[in-house]
Design a protein around this ligand. Structure first.
Ligand code: MGD
Ligand code: MGD
Ligand code: SF4
Ligand code: MO
Length: 706
C-alpha cells in the first residue's frame, strides 16, 4: 500500500515542497508539491536524491571508531552509542582539563543550517565548551551579508530580500540562481519568476565574469573583472549622488549619514571603475540612471561578491544603493520578511572583532573566527593551540581555502570527532564518527530560510520513516554529548524540549501566534502539510529595525575606511595578474557532498577548468589538454575546456571535488573524483575587513601538465 507524505526539501535554500510516495520502507517517487504556497510545485534534480541519501550503503548507520594500525592502514569498527558518546566526552573533557578551553576547535558546515535540530540543540554541547576556536562555513560564504545587516539594520540576520515578483529593475552581481536556486534569497522556481519579470517589461542585469545560465536569461550581461565589483558599485553610488538621483523616499525620516557616504565615494568615478572592471563608464552611468528611474528596483549580490577581496565593502555598497534610491523596504525593491518562527528578536544581534585569532589576529564575528585560520591554529604550538577538533556537517578539507594545508594539519590533532553520516575527505581524519539519522527519519521545520524567503509562509512535516530505536538524531547526539560533558565539569545539564516543541512555542509566541487572527501552533501546521501562506512581504520599517535608536546610520566607519584599501588595491601600481580563478556551481551539485549519488553525477564530466580560447592560445594550450593550475599556495592538474562563457583572463573551476584521496568511503564520488578547487585557493587571500575567504579572483597561472 502506498502512502503520500509531504515534506520541505532541506537540501538547498529554496525549501521546495515535496510530495513523497512511500510503500513500506521503499520510496516510490518524489515530486513537487503544487500546493506549497512558496514553491508552487517546483523542484530541481536534487530532490530525488533524498531517496539516494536514504538508501546509500556508504551512509554510516552506527558510530565508528578508528582502529590505528602500525602500517598506517587504519580501519573502522562500529561501536555502540554508549561507547561512542563516552569516548567523545572524555576526549573533550581531557583537552579542556589538560590544555584549557581554547584547545578544543569546532567547525560547523553548511547542512547544520538546513537541519533544524542542529540549530536548536547545538548549544546543548557548545555552551559547555567555552572555546574561542569556533569556525564555520559562514566565513567562506555569507559573512559580509551578516556584517552589513549588523552595521545598518542592527541584527546579523535582518537580510533585505529582493522582491522579484514585483520588481521592475533587477541588478544582480555574483549570483547564479539558475544553478544555486537562490541564496540569502529563498526563491524557488526562480527561472519562472525571472521570465515573469521580463514579460511585464522589467529588466534583469547580471554582473558576472562568466556568462552563466542566469546571465543567458538576463536582458543584459556585464562581464566584470573578478574582485573589482566594489569599484563598480562605488561608481554607481557616485553617479547617483553627483547627478542628484538619490531619493530615500519613505526611509528619509529614519536614515542618516548619506552625505558622508557621498563625500567618501567622490573619487570613485565611472571612469576610474572602467579602467579596472572592464565595464564602460557610460554603461555605469546608464545603469545608475535607469536604476534611479525605475518604479521599483533592487540591487542584489551573492557568493561572487561576498567571497572576494572586498566582500564586506561590496555588500555594504549594495545596500547603500538600495537605501539611497529608496528601494529598501519598498515593494518591488527589497523587503524584510516576518517569519512565523522569528529568530530576530530572540537571538543576539551578533558582534564583530571582539577578539581575534591567536596566530594571525583575524577578527571574530558572532563568536566565530575565520575558517581560513583553522589549519594554522592546529599546527602552531603555544597556549590556545587546537588539540581536539569537533566537526559537524562540514567538509572543510574541500571547502575552505588551502584545504590541502588543513588536510595535512588534521593528523596532528590529539583527537577528532565528526558528527557526519560519511567518511569523506575531512572525516577520514577523525578518531570517532557519529552518524545521525537519515533526513527522512526526522521531522522538519525550516528555521533558517523562511527569514530569506520572497513570501511569508510556514510548514512543518513529521518524519517519513521511523528510525530504529538505536539511532540518534543530530540534536539528540548534541544533547547526549552535552550531558556527559556537563556532568564531567560538575555542571547540571538542563533537560530541554525537543526541536518540534520549541517550534510550537516559537509559533505560538511569534508574529502569527496566539494573539493574532492566525493563531498558529504546531497542530495547525500539522493539519496543513503543504504549508500555510502568510502573504507577500510588506514594508516594516522602522519598526523591524534592531538598531537601538530605530534609525539606519549609513556612515558605517569600517566600510568607509575600507574604501582606502580599495583605492590602494586599484592604484595601478601593481600589475594585474594574467589569470584569475573563480568557482562555479551546477544544479546537480551541492557543495562537496552530493557526488555519491549516481543520478546526480552521471553524464558529461563537469569538473573541467573553463578557459577562454584567447587565453588557451596565449598559453599554447588546447581544449581537452591536461594542465597545471597553480597559485601562491598550491597546484592541481586539471582538464581544460575551451569556453567563451568566461571572460578573457578568467578561469573557472567548481569546488567540492577532490574525492580521490585514500581512506574515504564514497564509492560513487570516487569515480568522479576531480580535484579540489580549494587546493589552489589561498588561506592568506582574504577580505581583510571581514576575514571572509576570497575564494574568487585568486591570481593563478596555467601551464601544460608535465
Ligand atoms: N572554492 C570554493 N570553495 C567554497 C565555495 C565556493 O563556491 N568555491 N563555497 C563555499 C560555501 S558557500 C559553503 S556553504 C561551503 C560549504 O562547506 P562545508 O559546509 O564545510 O561543506 P559541505 O560540502 O556542505 O559539507 C557538508 C557535510 O555535511 C554532511 N551532512 C549532510 N547532511 C547532514 C546532516 O543532516 N547532519 C550531519 N551531521 N551532517 C550532514 C555531509 O556528509 C558533508 O560531510 O563551501 C565553501 N567553499
Ligand atoms: N546546485 C547547487 N545549489 C547550491 C549549492 C551548490 O553547491 N549546488 N550551494 C548552495 C550554497 S552553500 C550557496 S552559498 C549558494 C550560492 O549561491 P549563488 O551565489 O547564487 O551561487 P554561485 O553559483 O556560487 O554564484 C556565484 C557567481 O559569482 C560569480 N563570480 C565569481 N567571482 C565574481 C566576482 O568577482 N564578481 C562577480 N560579480 N561575480 C563573480 C560566479 O561566476 C558565479 O556565477 O548556492 C546554494 N545552492
Ligand atoms: S531547488 Fe533546492 S530545495 Fe528545491 S528541490 Fe532542489 S535542492 Fe530541494
Ligand atoms: Mo554556502
Amino acid at each position: 500500500m502506498t502512502e503520500t507524505h509531504y515534506r520541505a526539501c532541506h537540501l538547498c535554500e529554496a525549501i521546495c515542497g515535496l510530495k513523497i510516495e512511500v510503500s513500506g520502507e521503499e520510496i516510490i517517487s518524489i515530486k513537487g508539491d503544487p500546493d506549497d504556497p512558496l514553491s508552487r510545485g517546483h523542484i530541481c534534480p536534487k530532490a530525488v536524491a533524498l531517496k539516494d541519501i536514504h538508501e546509500d550503503p556508504d551512509r554510516l548507520r552506527y558510530p565508528v571508531k578508528r582502529l590505528r594500525a602500525d602500517d598506517g592502514e587504519d580501519s573502522w569498527v562500529e561501536i555502540s552509542w554508549e561507547e561512542a558518546l563516552d569516548t567523545a566526552a572524555e576526549a573533550l573533557l581531557r583537552a579542556n582539563r589538560d590544555h584549557g578551553v581554547d584547545s578544543i576547535g569546532v567547525y560547523l558546515g553548511n547542512p547544520s543550517v538546513h537541519n533544524y535540530g542542529m540549530l536548536t540543540h547545538q548549544n546543548h554541547l557548545f555552551r559547555w565548551l567555552r572555546t574561542r576556536n569556533r569556525y564555520s562555513a559562514t566565513s567562506v560564504d555569507q559573512l559580509p551579508h551578516h556584517l552589513t545587516s549588523l552595521w545598518l539594520f542592527g541584527h546579523k540576520s535582518l537580510f533585505p530580500i529582493p522582491d522579484i515578483d514585483r520588481s521592475e529593475y533587477f541588478l544582480m552581481l555574483g549570483a547564479n540562481p539558475l544553478a544555486s536556486n537562490g541564496s540569502i534569497w529563498t526563491v524557488p522556481d526562480v527561472k519562472k519568476r525571472i521570465k515573469d519579470l521580463k514579460h511585464r517589461g522589467g529588466q534583469l542585469l547580471v554582473v558576472d565574469p562568466r556568462r552563466t545560465e542566469t546571465a543567458e536569461l538576463a536582458n543584459e550581461h556585464l562581464a566584470i573583472v573578478p574582485g573589482s565589483d566594489a569599484l563598480f558599485l562605488a561608481a554607481l553610488l557616485n553617479t547617483l549622488f553627483t547627478e542628484g538621483l538619490t531619493n530615500p523616499r519613505a526611509l528619509a525620516s529614519f536614515t542618516q549619514g548619506l552625505e558622508e557616504v557621498a563625500a567618501a565615494v567622490v573619487d570613485f568615478t565611472p571612469e576610474y571603475a572602467e579602467q579596472h572592471t572592464g565595464i564602460a563608464a557610460d554603461t555605469i552611468r546608464r545603469i545608475a540612471r535607469d536604476f534611479a528611474a525605475a518604479d521599483a528596483a533592487v540591487c542584489y549580490g551573492r557568493m561572487g561578491v561576498s567571497t572576494q577581496r572586498f566582500g564586506a565593502l561590496c555588500q555594504w555598497l549594495i545596500q547603500l544603493i538600495n537605501i539611497a534610491t529608496g528601494n529598501l523596504d519598498r515593494e518591488g525593491g527589497s523587503l524584510f520578511t516576518l517569519p512565523a518562527v522569528d529568530q530576530v528578536p530572540r537571538t543576539g544581534p551578533g558582534g564583530f572583532d571582539r577578539h581575534r585569532s591567536r596566530v594571525r589576529g583575524l577578527p571574530e564575528f558572532d563568536r566565530e573566527l575565520p575558517a581560513a585560520a583553522l589549519a594554522e591554529e592546529i599546527t602552531t604550538p603555544g597556549e590556545g593551540q587546537i588539540r581536539v577538533l569537533f566537526t559537524g556537517a562540514g567538509n572543510p578539507v574541500l571547502s575552505t581555502p588551502n584545504g590541502r594545508a588543513l588536510d595535512d594539519a588534521l593528523p596532528q590533532l590529539e583527537f577528532m570527532i565528526s558528527l557526519d553520516p560519511y567518511i569523506n575527505e575531512t572525516t577520514r581524519h577523525a578518531d570517532l564518527i557519529l552518524p545521525p539519522t537519515s533526513p527522512l527519519e526526522h521531522d522538519h521545520y525550516d528555521i533558517a530560510f523562511h527569514i530569506n524567503a520572497i513570501r511569508n509562509t510556514t510548514r512543518y512535516n513529521p518524519a517519513i520513516f521511523e528510525p530504529a530505536a538505536d539511532k540518534l538524531h543530530d540534536w539528540q547526539i548534541f544533547t547526549a554529548l552535552g550531558e556527559r560533558v556537563a556532568k564531567g565539569l560538575g555542571e547540571d545539564p538542563k533537560d530541554d524540549a525537543a526541536p518540534h516543541e520549541l517550534v510550537d512555542l516559537g509559533l505560538q509566541y511569534g508574529p502569527y501566534g496566539k494573539d493574532t487572527e492566525h493563531e498558529l501552533n504546531l497542530d495547525k501546521l500539522k493539519a496543513a502539510p503543504s504549508g500555510i501562506d502568510l502573504g507577500p512581504l510588506k514594508p516594516q520599517l522602522p519598526e523591524r529595525l534592531m538598531t537601538a535608536d530605530k534609525q539606519i546610520d549609513c556612515a558605517t566607519p569600517a566600510p568607509l575606511a575600507d574604501l582606502k584599501r580599495l583605492a590602494e588595491e586599484f592604484s595601478g601600481d601593481t600589475p594585474a595578474p594574467r589569470l584569475r580563478l573563480i568557482g562555479r556551481r551546477h544544479v546537480r551539485s551541492n557543495n562537496s557532498w552530493m557526488h555519491n549519488y549516481h543520478r546526480l553525477v552521471k553524464g558529461k564530466a563537469r569538473d573541467q577548468l573553463l578557459v577562454h580560447p584567447k587565453d588557451l592560445a596565449e598559453h599554447e594550450l588546447a581544449d581537452g589538454d591536461r594542465a597545471t593550475l597553480e597559485s601562491r599556495s598550491g597546484a592541481v592538474t586539471v582538464t581544460l575546456q575551451a569556453s567563451d562563457e568566461v571572460m578573457p583572463g578568467v578561469v573557472s573551476l567548481p569546488h567540492g571535488f577532490g574525492h580521490g584521496r585514500t581512506g574515504i568511503r564514497l564509492h560513487t564520488a570516487r569515480k568522479h573524483a576531480g580535484v579540489s578547487c580549494n587546493d589552489v585557493t589561498d588561506a592568506a587571500y582574504l577580505d581583510d575587513l571581514s576575514g571572509n575567504a576570497a575564494i574568487n579572483g585568486v591570481p593563478v597561472t596555467l601551464k601544460a601538465a608535465s
